[in-house]
Each structure stands twice: as structure tokens, then as C-alpha cells.
Ligand binder design. Structure first.
Ligand SMILES: CCCCCCCCCCCCCC(=O)SCCNC(=O)CCNC(=O)[C@H](O)C(C)(C)COP(=O)(O)OP(=O)(O)OC[C@H]1O[C@@H](n2cnc3c(N)ncnc32)[C@H](O)[C@@H]1OP(=O)(O)O
Length: 240
């Protein structure tokens, strides 16, 4: 079920999953689950892989269908923050070190760490993250560690703040945990910017089960826009 194919001119693409799952993804997205392996192109981890559950694939298809209407955009996800920032905006940022990785993408094996994909709705100042916690994120037996939930919340609201206000740092994150998240389940991490006051960005976030029946956590965040040379530096980020 595994194979290599040549697509799009000389680009060599790697089929990332059993053909059946890939057929599913190809049918839905056209882009399918191919990860471009041409040299220098980072791997986009925010694409379906063999570890994604039925719920995760169905939710992904639902949001991907909404991107066709133009309001939502899928945010690609690389294993280093700097790969999200187009060349011209990298000026003034620390140069990339070879051995660093984005914390959420620090486990290369599929399905055991943070399996997630984020979608941005600019007009609603909202980022929704589909998250499937893997077995290496365990806290209490069978449930995701509270720190992994804090991480996915922090990254979702951080991404939301970045798209709305530019480069930010999290100044304050307050989380109420209402119901533990079972490992392997799928939750929706739904964040939005509530207000911006000067360099302060105020956000809120809910972590809910796919059917909306369970509220797992609620959070508020305050991010701080980093000011570069006296001007908020907007960091353009690739979207697709
Ligand atoms: C988008 C696609 C890309 C995707 C990339 C992959 C995803 C990755 C996403 C990344 C996500 C990863 C995210 C991460 O992991 S970020 C990493 C975790 N965060 C940090 O390490 C931040 C550390 N703190 C700082 O750097 C500074 O303290 C900051 C920059 C936050 C503020 O220092 P600054 O010198 O700038 O400001 P100030 O001290 O003059 O204060 C100014 C105002 O702010 C108010 N204030 C300050 N602190 C707090 C507080 N704690 N609660 C409430 N209020 C606070 C303060 O009262 C004052 O208010 P006012 O008097 O003006 O009214």
C-alpha cells in the first residue's frame, strides 16, 4: 500500500499512508496526503496521516470543505516556527539552529504526540485547532496530561494572536479544566481574539468534544505584541 510517485513536474512526492487512507484524503483535498520531499521544503505535518482516527478525518474534511468558501484557511504546520515565516519577514529574528524543533512537533512518530491541524478565520479573528492527543502525552492513565492541553491551548491562542496582531509572546494563560481528555480522542480547541488594547491582545479559548457535548477546558489568554523598532512587526505567514 506504500509507494512513490512523481507528480507535478520533477517534484518527488512521498505517499505518506496506506493507499486507502490516501485515496480518502486525495478524494477530499486534491492535495491528498503527499508530503513534498523536494530538498529545502519543510514537511507540513498538518495533513492527514495513518494515525488519524475517523473522527479526526471527518472533522478535517468538514473544515477543509469550509476553506473552499474562502472564510477558513488551513494553517500549514512545520517542525520549526521559522519555517512558517516567509524569507523577507525573517529579518531581525534569531537565525535557525539546526537542532531545535517546535515543541508540538518534537515527536516525529505519527500518532503518539500532538496530532493537530489549525484553521484560521480571519474575519472572526478565530483559530480552531483539531487535536488528537497521542499515547506519549499521558498524565493520569488513559488521559492527556494537563500540560499537553495547556500546550495546545497556548499554541492555538498564540497562532490566533499572531495572525491578528503580529509577533507575540504569551503574558498570561489561565485554564479551567472541567473534564479530562481521553488519549486518542479528538477535541476542538476553539480560540478567538476578544479585544486588542495597544500591545495587549486578549483571547479566549474552549476545548470541546467533537459532538460539543463535553466542555473539557476553558481558557483566557493575554498575549503581548513584541515591538520591533517601535513598530509592531506584522509577520506574514503562509496559508493554504
Ligand atoms: C501563525 C502561524 C505560525 C505558527 C507557529 C507555530 C505555533 C507557535 C505559536 C507560538 C505560541 C507559543 C507561545 C509561547 O509559548 S510564548 C512563551 C511563554 N511566554 C513568555 O516567555 C513571555 C515572558 N514574558 C515576557 O517576555 C514579557 O513579560 C512580556 C513580553 C509578556 C511583557 O513584557 P513587556 O515589557 O512587553 O510589557 P510590560 O511588562 O511593560 O507590560 C505591559 C503591559 O502588559 C501587562 N502585562 C505584562 N505581563 C502581564 C501578565 N503576565 N499578566 C497580565 N498583564 C501583563 C502589564 O500589566 C502592562 O499593562 P499596562 O500597564 O500597559 O496596562
Amino acid at each position: 500500500a506504500w509507494g512513490w510517485g512523481l507528480q507535478g513536474g520533477s517534484r518527488l512526492w512521498v505517499l505518506e499512508a496506506p493507499r486507502s487512507l490516501c485515496a480518502h484524503a486525495c478524494a477530499q483535498t486534491g492535495a491528498g496526503m503527499f508530503t513534498p520531499v523536494s530538498p529545502g521544503r519543510p514537511k507540513d505535518y498538518a495533513l492527514p496521516n495513518a494515525s488519524w482516527s475517523r473522527d479526526m478525518l471527518d472533522l478535517y474534511d468538514r473544515f477543509l470543505a469550509m476553506t473552499k468558501e474562502g472564510l477558513w484557511k488551513r494553517i500549514p504546520s512545520y517542525n520549526n516556527v521559522l519555517d512558517h515565516i516567509p524569507g523577507k519577514a525573517l529579518r531581525g529574528l534569531p537565525s535557525r539552529k539546526k537542532d531545535t524543533r517546535l515543541f508540538l512537533r518534537s515527536i516525529e512518530a505519527e500518532g503518539v504526540g500532538f496530532e493537530y491541524v489549525m484553521f484560521l478565520n480571519s474575519s472572526e479573528k478565530r483559530v480552531v485547532c483539531l487535536f488528537q492527543p497521542g499515547s506519549y502525552l499521558e498524565g493520569h492513565p488513559g488521559f492527556a496530561h494537563g500540560g499537553s492541553i495547556a500546550t495546545i491551548i497556548d499554541s492555538t491562542i498564540g497562532s490566533c494572536a499572531i495572525f491578528v496582531a503580529g509577533r507575540v509572546m504569551t503574558a498570561n494563560l489561565s485554564i479551567n479544566y472541567m473534564s479530562p481528555v481521553p488519549l486518542g480522542s479528538v477535541v476542538l480547541v476553539d480560540s478567538k481574539v476578544d479585544k486588542v488594547e495597544g500591545r495587549k491582545v486578549f483571547l479566549s479559548c474552549k476545548v470541546q468534544s467533537v459532538d460539543g457535548g463535553t466542555l473539557h477546558a476553558e481558557a483566557t489568554g493575554k498575549d503581548r505584541v513584541q515591538v520591533a523598532q517601535g513598530v509592531c512587526k506584522r509577520v506574514g505567514v503562509g496559508l493554504c
